[in-house]
Write a protein that binds this ligand. Structure first.
Ligand code: MG
Length: 171
């Protein structure tokens, strides 16, 4: 069993993951309208993954005999100036998520809630990967600048990304 404080904190994180999902879906739809099918694909996979992050925490709350309480989804931007701005926004957002996960882990430590700490370890590692992959794409976009063929090439590469189920949901 987890404390009410921990339950509320995890419910807030479930909402943050679903808000992330919604943001990436909006980015995907914006890229679609601009003919950037690869960017749209990359962002769509991201939307699926964020829903999984919420699912992992939902499963955890349920396994602890607590209740998932869904909170409102905040409004997200509908359009971005260019692909670089989109990924910079994504990085800014992921850094906020990392901070949330760190705060959540601190709360779990404070509560001496070792089961929650153990569950959150996957998220801590995941955030390092999230920031690293977005950083790499930003580097590439900065490298090509306004060179249209460069953007075309990056779009092709981002189109190769495929959805893969998160390890905690595999069994
Ligand atoms: Mg996430």
């Amino acid at each position: 069993m987890i404390t009410k404080k921990m339950q509320d904190a995890i419910n807030t994180q479930i909402n943050a993951e679903l808000c992330s999902a919604y943001l990436y879906l909006s980015m995907s739809m914006d890229a679609e309208t601009k003919g950037l099918k690869g960017v749209a694909n990359w962002m769509y996979v991201q939307w699926l993954e964020e829903q999984e992050h919420a699912r992992i925490l939902e499963n955890y709350i349920n396994a602890q005999g607590a209740k998932v309480e869904l909170l409102p989804i905040t409004e997200v931007p509908k359009t971005w100036k260019n692909t670089l701005e989109m990924f910079r926004d994504a990085l800014y957002h992921e850094k906020e998520v990392t901070e949330n996960i760190n705060k959540l882990t601190s709360t779990a430590w404070h509560e001496k809630d070792f089961a929650t700490i153990s569950r959150l370890e996957w998220f801590i590692t995941e955030q390092v990967e999230e920031e690293d992959s977005i950083n790499y794409i930003i580097d590439q976009l900065e490298l090509v600048g306004n060179e249209k063929f460069g953007l075309y090439y990056i779009d092709q590469k981002l189109g190769e990304r495929r959805y893969k189920m998160a390890e905690p949901l595999e069994d």
